[in-house]
Design a protein around this ligand. Structure first.
Ligand code: AHM
Ligand code: MG
Length: 336
């Protein structure tokens, strides 16, 4: 029988052999993984657990909150606040930061998350997920404030997501490649099922919400038009399209077999940079994608280089197979 490597063992080996992760960070990742296990149980219960439908409230972005958005947010906070590794947390579902209450020890890390990404898919039994990003609190800052979170994605100490699909899979980077762990539901443990994940540089698959085509900027339209032209067009090959409407599931497909994912700026809301959030959606996904040999830009600049100016900042996203992302970025730069 092949030896099963658990998440704990993987993390201890990263710590021991490669010196990548201090023990506070290792504990923090384990706690996030445990919270994801609990969220997975709620997701799986569905209607039987009375977790479907809306909660009758709105989040800071004016989006209707689903019951599971709120449950997942609470699970992540409860699991993480007492462990001693964190100073504060921030989430898509909370307007301000959540400072670890002073009845618990304060740690040196900051955790950001989208507790339940792909909310529109919850009630229709399609894959959804949790996305997380870990930053280090800047040295020397007394207490903790929102400003401490405003660091470029290149500063992330770890990032990952958990996809709740036919299988529950945790995908993680601590800056030394990307590893995937599948939840063994009977044992309740995370088992390493893919290591050193690599995204092929070329692809014939794109993911974009085509219903927004009339609102796109010309470089995006240009790129997709070329893909749609197929074998006899300038790309000389037929492209396939996939759009799950859960970023987690779309990125998971790309990490598994390549492809390009786009949620570009469009003219519907010209004052917003895009739909997706920089700090707890685009940054962690960009870290994972780059660690797997892919690329991620906002059409012009590397996402991980962007300096955030606010917690819930939005960003245009182009990520996945390197050669396609480079091409789309070049189309934007050429358009000026
Ligand atoms: P959410 O965080 O409120 O779930 O929104 C983010 C989601 C992404 O997962 C997905 O890529 C996108 O929104 C789907 O948008 P659309 O409804 O335009 O298909
Ligand atoms: Mg989201």
């Amino acid at each position: 029988m092949t030896k099963r490597i658990s998440l704990t063992q993987y993390l201890i080996e990263q710590q021991r052999l490669h010196g990548h992760i201090p023990s506070q960070l290792r504990l923090l990742i384990e706690v996030v993984a445990r919270a994801c296990k609990r969220i997975s149980i709620s997701v799986n219960k569905g209607a039987l657990g009375d977790v479907l439908g809306t909660a009758g409230s709105e989040n800071v972005q004016g989006e209707v909150q689903k019951k599971l958005d709120i449950i997942a947010n609470e699970v992540l906070i409860e699991a993480n606040e007492w462990g001693g590794a964190l100073a504060a947390m921030a989430s898509e579902e909370m307007e301000g930061i959540y400072v670890v209450p002073n009845r618990y020890p304060q740690g040196e890390y900051l955790l950001l998350f989208d507790p339940l990404d792909g909310s529109s898919n919850i009630d229709v039994n399609v894959s959804i997920g949790t996305i997380f990003s870990v930053l280090k609190k800047p040295d020397g800052s007394a207490g903790v404030s929102e400003d401490d979170f405003l660091q470029p994605g290149s500063q992330q100490a770890a990032a990952g997501y958990c996809v709740y699909g036919p299988q529950t899979t945790l995908v993680l980077t601590v800056g030394d490649g990307v590893a995937m762990f599948t939840l063994d539901r009977e044992q309740g443990s995370w088992v390493l099922t893919a290591d050193d994940v690599q995204i092929p540089a070329d692809t014939k698959e794109f993911a974009i919400n085509m219903s927004n085509m009339r609102h796109w900027a010309p470089p995006v339209k240009h790129y997709i038009d070329e893909c749609l032209a197929g074998k006899t067009g300038p790309r000389g090959k037929d492209f396939n399209m996939r759009w799950i409407a859960s970023m987690v599931a779309d990125v998971h497909r790309i990490l598994t077999r390549g492809g390009v994912f786009m949620y570009p700026w469009d003219q519907r809301e010209p004052e917003k940079a895009g739909k997706l959030r920089l700090m707890y959606e685009a940054n962690p996904m960009s870290f994972l994608v780059e660690q797997a040999g892919g690329a991620s830009t906002n059409g012009r600049q590397r996402i991980l280089d962007l300096q955030p100016t606010k917690l819930h900042e939005r960003v245009s996203v182009v990520l996945g197979s390197k050669n396609e992302v480079d091409r789309i970025t070049q189309y934007h730069l050429d358009a000026k």
